[in-house]
Design a protein around this ligand. Structure first.
Ligand SMILES: *Cc1c(COP(=O)(O)O)cnc(C)c1O
Length: 437
């Protein structure tokens, strides 16, 4: 802390999370920038160490946060830690109600890191049937090489979990809402079953619950408060918010921070400081205002689609007709406790046969790609622009057609990720696109 740095005398717990996301930790041990209004961008791969002693101290402290606590860090080299990433981690841990956060180059780097520290050869991972496409690919294409077994089950029927857990189970992993069909899993129920099994296990062997909270963002849901051990995010989506930078984060208990930092150092999936800065400066401060607008629009659009004669069904956590509406109301709450059903909608276009439904879906998508101003045919979500994708042929193309339904995906299913446009303009475009089928 520089001598002229001003320590603020405020108690940040007295302010709302919306405001905290704008100010963050104005004076932080991670970096003294008390004379900047916006955190400066740090762009240095390596750091001057002043003396051999200070260098030795820095290496000794690295990934020993348990012993050295929150002492002002000694930065050594970007891959070990640097100011912009550290500040982003501090803020994300705070907003997700976690004790610590470790950032990564992408959501997939974060997911592979948390699974990497929690499993070894011979262990088993249980997941929900429906998962983000690359998480599925990680578990099916790579984990067999490490002799880590994957058991996908329907976690919306919690009985399945008790029946599947074995001595070797180390991790229960799921998304809620799940990608792409938005199925919702009862976090408290999973916690109960896991607690029961963990009673007879040593600390080392206790099963951990890991939740991918990318779809909800911490604005709509804080899984650690609901019973998860770890939360992962793709920062590329709603938290980044503008579609300009990739990133990932793992949030959880302090005792795992060192392992995650070591994993990141050795596997090398570090978040770029410039991306960390963008997410800290643009993404986090605007998260509440973006999500409020997106939820408002998504609710309006989901209601419109739900009453449209050419639509088979609509899944949106905020629709009373949605199978998981009551559970969504329990779990998805904004910082003030209001129901916050998120920015994603999944809907299926009608057809007399699955093939016709798929063909209608394709026609709809192609027409939208050519003529819709406010719906862009693209993967990703949580953007300023509304994005539209067809999971069966795009994000989930790794799933063979005969397995699609087992993975919770309809051949004609379409995922709509609402942006910041005027919702009436999106409705206008949807109307035009639905006319042609
Ligand atoms: C995008 C996404 C990921 C992967 O994140 P990347 O930043 O693209 O690596 C993981 N889970 C979900 C639910 C996602 O939407």
């Amino acid at each position: 802390m520089a001598e002229n740095a001003k320590r603020n005398n405020y108690d940040e717990t007295k302010y709302s999370m919306d405001t905290h996301l704008i100010y963050g930790k104005f004076v932080t041990d991670k970096w003294d920038y008390s004379h900047h209004v916006t955190a400066p961008i740090s762009s240095s791969t390596t750091f001057r160490l002043d003396s051999v002693e200070r260098g030795a101290e820095g290496f000794m402290r690295f990934a020993h946060t348990q012993e050295f606590g929150d002492k002002a860090p000694i930065f050594i080299y970007d891959r070990l830690g640097e100011p912009n990433k550290d500040m982003l981690e501090e803020n994300l841990a705070y907003v997700e109600k976690g004790e610590m956060a470790v950032s990564f180059a992408s959501g997939m780097a974060a997911i592979s890191a948390v699974l990497g520290i929690l499993t070894k050869s011979g262990d088993e991972i249980i997941t929900h049937n429906t998962l983000y496409g690359c998480t599925l690919s990680l578990l099916t294409n790579w984990y067999p090489r490490y002799n880590i077994k994957w058991s996908p089950i329907d976690l919306t029927n919690i009985q399945n979990l008790s029946n599947t857990i074995s001595e070797k189970t180390k991790v229960i992993y799921f998304e809620t809402p799940a990608n792409p069909n938005l199925e919702i899993i009862d976090i408290a129920e999973v916690r109960k079953i896991v607690d029961d099994v963990n009673k007879t296990r040593t600390e080392e062997n206790k099963i951990k619950i890991v939740i991918d909270n990318t779809f909800a963002t911490p604005y709509c849901q804080r899984p650690l408060e609901l019973g998860a051990d770890f939360v992962v995010h793709s920062l590329t989506k709603g938290i980044g918010g503008f579609g300009t930078d990739m990133g990932g984060i793992v949030i959880g208990r302090k005792k795992y921070q060192d392992l995650l930092q070591l994993y990141r150092k050795d596997f090398g999936g570090v978040l770029s400081p410039k991306s960390a800065w963008s997410i800290l400066t643009y993404g986090l401060p605007t998260l509440p205002i973006r999500l409020r607008q997106q939820i408002y629009s998504a609710t309006k659009i989901a209601e419109y689609l739900n009453s449209h004669p050419k639509i088979e069904f609509v899944n949106y956590p905020g629709l009373p007709s949605f199978k998981f509406y009551e559970l969504a109301k329990k779990q998805m709450r904004d910082f003030n406790g209001n129901f916050a059903p998120g920015s994603l909608i999944y809907f299926v276009i009608k057809g007399n046969t699955p093939a016709e439904s798929k063909e209608n879906g394709r026609k709809f998508m192609d027409y939208a790609a050519d003529y819709a101003y406010t719906m862009t045919l693209a993967v990703s979500l949580g953007h300023t622009r509304t994005l539209l994708e067809h999971p069966a042929s795009m994000t989930h193309s790794v799933v063979p057609p005969e397995e699609l339904s087992a993975r919770g995906i309809d051949a004609g299913g379409i995922r709509l990720a609402i942006g910041l446009e005027n919702p009436d303009d999106i409705l206008f475009d949807l109307e035009q696109c639905l006319k042609i089928i």
